[in-house]
Design a protein around this ligand. Structure first.
Ligand SMILES: NC(=O)CC[C@H](N)C(=O)O
Length: 203
């Protein structure tokens, strides 16, 4: 197994890219912004940040990364989506804007803005399966929740009776933003997924 740090991209079309780059570096990955289709080739995993999922969707199509990204996720590249990024990984959006597309990868239905508007943003302690120790401090900003998941998807966390973290195979999604708190344990969980996948691929 390679001991080199995995290279993890952050989809840099819109949203809080820099915070993810910092969190990934703190979790011992080599982190780089990814914008163009050809930049997908050199990465072992990808984070899709929070922001505005309709904008990220539109720009992904415009920049020509939507299709190649779908292909890589379909092939098993590890991917982690926070908030708008979670929406991008959902196979289905309950309330999409017209023309809004997703990458997909997790058999779940998400509801956009489910936790309320910008001024109803909040922080809450969330127990995340696979993250040891104290609960994660989750920052929820116009956050989606997951209405339902399919049989292949594993619920990792709930808040207020709603699903807020899900994993299916190599795809991970959280409604909240762990990159804003300085607690890098969720990113470390993802970096572990990427390491595990790379080790499996090199067998
Ligand atoms: N903080 C966020 O990423 C907000 C997500 C936003 N409500 C959306 O639909 O994309």
């Amino acid at each position: 197994m390679s001991t080199q740090a995995p290279v993890i991209g952050v989809l840099a079309l819109q949203g809080d890219v820099r915070e993810h780059l910092v969190a990934l570096a703190a979790a011992d990955a080599v982190a780089r912004a990814v914008r163009r289709p050809e930049e997908l080739a050199g990465i072992d995993g990808l984070v899709i940040p929070g922001g505005e999922s309709t904008t990220i969707s539109k720009l992904a199509v415009l920049f020509g990364v939507m299709e190649p990204l779908r292909a890589r996720v379909h092939d098993g590249m590890p991917v982690y989506g926070t908030c708008a990024g979670m929406i991008m990984l959902a196979d289905k959006i309950l309330d999409p804007r017209s023309g809004q597309e997703t990458v997909g990868g997790i058999d779940m239905i998400v509801r956009r803005n489910a936790f309320g508007r910008q001024n109803e943003s909040f922080e809450a302690a969330v127990d995340v399966k696979g993250v040891e120790g104290a609960p994660v401090e989750g920052v929820f900003i116009r956050a989606p929740w997951v209405e339902s998941v399919g049989a292949e998807a594993e619920v990792l966390a709930e808040h207020g009776g709603h699903i807020v973290a899900v994993r299916q195979g190599n795809a991970l999604a959280t409604s909240f933003h762990p990159e804003l708190t300085g607690d890098h344990r969720v990113h470390a969980l993802f970096v572990d997924m990427v390491r595990g996948n790379r080790a499996a691929e090199s067998l």
